[in-house]
Design a binder for this molecule. Structure first.
Ligand code: ZN
Ligand code: ZN
Length: 138
């Protein structure tokens, strides 16, 4: 299947599943996604408007959250909730090398604006840069 890289615009071959956004390389995905949050904030978050798709999903996950007791990452549909949220939001599939980072450090805050997808190495760098240590797993 011929698709266009959402970051550089180059056409490349991709096997299913296809997402709203597709990338010629993981590198381009990471670059694109780190820019995405600021753009998204500027554009006032259309998916988050009242009654939006994302809002109903968030509400569903909040409902599940209330039932949970002391589990840091509750699962939604059998997978880690924050990873699913990130996949929904960024419209792409996460690999085992992708870390969903909580920007404000609060692991319970799975709002899309709090989620950033990083490679394992980028993620490690980020936490080391901040003096990491105790927060290394956030
Ligand atoms: Zn590309
Ligand atoms: Zn992190």
């Amino acid at each position: 299947m011929k698709v266009i890289c959402s970051y550089c615009g180059v056409e490349f071959d991709k096997k299913a599943p296809l997402f709203e956004n597709n990338f010629c390389s993981r590198e381009h995905f990471y670059r694109w996604n780190s820019k995405r949050i600021s753009t998204y904030n500027k554009e006032k978050n259309p998916m988050n408007k009242p009654g939006g798709v994302l809002e109903s999903r968030l509400r569903k996950s909040l409902k599940l959250r209330d039932k949970g007791k002391g589990v840091t990452y509750r699962k939604l549909l059998g997978r880690h909730e924050h990873r699913r949220m990130a996949e929904e939001f960024f419209g792409t599939e996460l690999t085992s090398n992708d870390i969903v980072h909580h920007i404000n450090g609060n692991k319970r805050d799975n709002s899309p604006l709090n989620l950033q997808i990083l490679s394992r190495s980028e993620h490690a760098k980020l936490h080391l840069g901040k003096g990491g240590g105790a927060n290394a797993k956030l």
